[in-house]
Design a protein around this ligand. Sequence first.
Ligand SMILES: NC(=O)c1ccc[n+]([C@@H]2O[C@H](COP(=O)([O-])OP(=O)(O)OC[C@H]3O[C@@H](n4cnc5c(N)ncnc54)[C@H](O)[C@@H]3O)[C@@H](O)[C@H]2O)c1
Ligand SMILES: [Zn+2]
Length: 290
Amino acid sequence: VTDEMLARGFGRDSAVIALGGGVVGDLAGFVAATFMRGIPVVQVPTTLVAMIDASIGGKTGVDTPAGKNLVGAFHQPAAVLIDPAVLATLPPRELRAGLAEAIKHGVIADAGYFDRTVDALPQLLATGGATGDAMQLVIDGSVAIKRSVVERDEREQGVRKILNFGHTLGHAAEALSGYSLLHGEAVAIGMAVESRLAEGLGLAESGTADRVRMALSRATLPDRMPPSLAADRLIALTRHDKKTRRDRVEYALPKRIGQMAGEDTEWGIAVADADALAALSSSFGTNHGC
Ligand SMILES: NC(=O)c1ccc[n+]([C@@H]2O[C@H](COP(=O)([O-])OP(=O)(O)OC[C@H]3O[C@@H](n4cnc5c(N)ncnc54)[C@H](O)[C@@H]3O)[C@@H](O)[C@H]2O)c1
Ligand SMILES: [Zn+2]
């Protein structure tokens, strides 16, 4: 994209409009961040994942064979324009993947929003639900949560880490599946396993993992790790994740629905491989529909 822009004579006074899902937003944002050392980007997200998550907060990047999110830049958009009407053509599987990030926002920051989202799931999943009041609730609620977290910690030195809930094992599953799992599906499975891990470590109130799994199943999202993904390879992949520190891997783990653990460790919880393996071992199973 950069070569094409240079070939066509775009200069420092140009801007990039990212019209598409999270992949387009991350790529176009990264091009804008680096083109002539940075030109403005306007995010116009067209998937639910991009509307409520990827377009907000300025993280941009491209995936490399070594792993996700190893090459990127922080580049805040000049504007984000969200028109929920475009969701009318989004395939249902992609819509559900977006709901995983909405459930995540509830778990990490707002129990009331979690409950309202879970209540609205049947309407959100119904044909035509894409543009109704329930969808507006999710877009408004999730954008507000993501925005408030990023405003407090733009560069992920602290509280922004809570947005990684479900993503340490989720990214590993996404990569190991050869990207046959959608990002949101992998994050759904990651949240199910990581909330079980949080309970196992005594960090989360008992019942937290069950409530997360109940929400995922109501959203018809996967909550079991596919048996085709080997536990030791998943653990190895969590080490490639950028969240690795010393000989332990850093996770974002819940305390209860609406609140994360780790306030005194800047929101990152160092977890030994053995503990992650224990949570994983009881999490394999077959999911319906994916
Ligand atoms: N930067 C961030 O903070 C951040 C946050 C979350 C996810 N991400 C990244 O975003 C990516 C996932 O984004 P995604 O879920 O939007 O996937 P995607 O960009 O691959 O889009 C999903 C599919 O939907 C199609 N599509 C897009 N809009 C449509 C519409 N309105 N109607 C019909 N089809 C449409 C796309 O062509 C694509 O085939 C992952 O790579 C993930 O890592 C980044
Ligand atoms: Zn995500």
